[in-house]
Design a protein around this ligand. Structure first.
Ligand SMILES: [Cu+2]
Length: 356
């Protein structure tokens, strides 16, 4: 299992090299409506938490990022679809992995069938609008700009076309990691998770093709809260998976547009927290719940001592009943000196069949 763990990031790294020098791209054209999903056959817009490139030791280089802004009908919840606005057809947009001193060349193409202009503002960029004005593209247009990564950190990017709140809420946000020269301390597995809100005219739980509500958006009264784009998206086959004894890292961002997150993993303690995505500031140690504002991010590291299911939440827990729920499933040997439930048979529900 360990070998496979290492192989996947290695493959991802090779793919990144092949697309040289680290291009992030989406396949396909956008002139066929069926590719953009329908109310009866919505697309899976959820970006898997494992969908991020691996770290590599390297000198500063020029990286090309190809972003395509595509409006699609995606699955929001069981029996409910929504018209998302996306970077590369997934929410959040692609995880961009860079290092200090890189030059990032951004090419943004707005699909020809888009109803709106779109753009991208990188919080990692130093320059007017973070590129938001430079990349403002009408339907069918391509716009480019480049920036140097002057400062390490974990940063949000998002569409910056007014109403910006509407574009973000509809799914147009992602993370860019600018690693320090020496990288971060190594961990066994890394995950990419972002939180956002959706403002549907229909009440939470309504079936069918739901419509956006500018009134609820203006009042900051969302119906849905989501990790990686859809209700309870990071559960089932999309749950985060790891083994006892491993260290894991979550790159956690809040697209928002409006609500902060009190991010917490039930039954775990963060060993290291890089608050607000700062790597120059020493990380906080041993923290239970962190606060992440909209348009910001944090990095949390955990050591997994005990097997079982660990729930990812925003500790503003009413939101868990509006779709904001993820799972970390840990398999491996019980550690009864750390956590034991002698009378409930809890330990027998896990995969460990070895005698103690
Ligand atoms: Cu947009």
């Amino acid at each position: 299992m360990r070998a496979r763990n290492r192989l996947l990031p290695a493959l991802a790294a090779i793919l990144m090299l092949v697309t040289s020098a680290g291009a992030v791209s989406a396949a396909g054209s956008h002139d066929h409506p069926e590719e953009n999903g329908t109310a009866t056959a919505p697309l899976d817009i959820v970006r898997k938490a494992t969908d991020l490139p691996a770290w590599e030791s390297r000198a500063p280089q020029t990286i090309t990022i190809d972003l395509e802004t595509v409006e699609v009908t995606g699955a929001l919840a069981d029996g409910a679809s929504y018209h998302y606005w996306t970077f590369n057809r997934k929410v959040p947009g692609p995880f961009v992995r860079a290092r200090v001193g890189d030059t990032i060349k951004v090419s943004l193409h707005n699909a020809s069938d888009s109803s709106e202009p779109h753009s991208v503002d990188f919080h990692a960029a130093t320059g007017p609008g973070g590129g938001g004005v430079a990349t403002h593209a009408e339907a069918g247009e391509t716009r480019e700009f480049s920036f140097r990564t002057l400062k390490p950190g974990l940063y949000v990017y998002h569409c910056a076309v007014p109403s910006v709140a509407q574009h973000i809420s509809n799914g147009m946000y992602g993370l860019i990691l600018v690693e320090p020269e020496e990288g971060l301390p190594p961990v066994d597995r890394e995950f990419y998770v972002m939180q956002g809100e959706l403002y549907t005219a229909e009440a939470f739980g309504t079936q069918g093709n739901l419509q956006g509500s500018v009134e609820k958006l203006g009042a900051e009264q969302p119906e849905y809260y989501v990790f990686n784009g859809a209700a309870e998206a990071l559960t089932g086959n999309n749950a985060l998976v790891a083994e006892t004894g491993e260290t894991i890292r979550i790159y956690f961002g809040v697209g928002g547009p409006n609500k902060d997150s009190s991010f917490h993993v039930i039954g775990e303690i963060f060993d290291r927290v890089y608050q607000l995505g700062s790597f120059v500031t020493p990380p906080m140690l041993d923290v239970g719940t962190i606060s992440v504002p909209p348009g910001s991010a944090a990095v949390v590291d955990m050591t997994l001592e005990v097997p079982g299911e660990f729930i990812l939440v925003d500790h503003a827990l009413s939101r868990a009943e509006r779709g904001l729920l993820g799972k970390l499933v840990v398999t491996g040997k019980e550690q009864r000196d750390i956590f034991d439930v002698p009378d409930l048979g809890l330990n027998e529900t896990h995969t460990d069949k070895e005698p103690h």
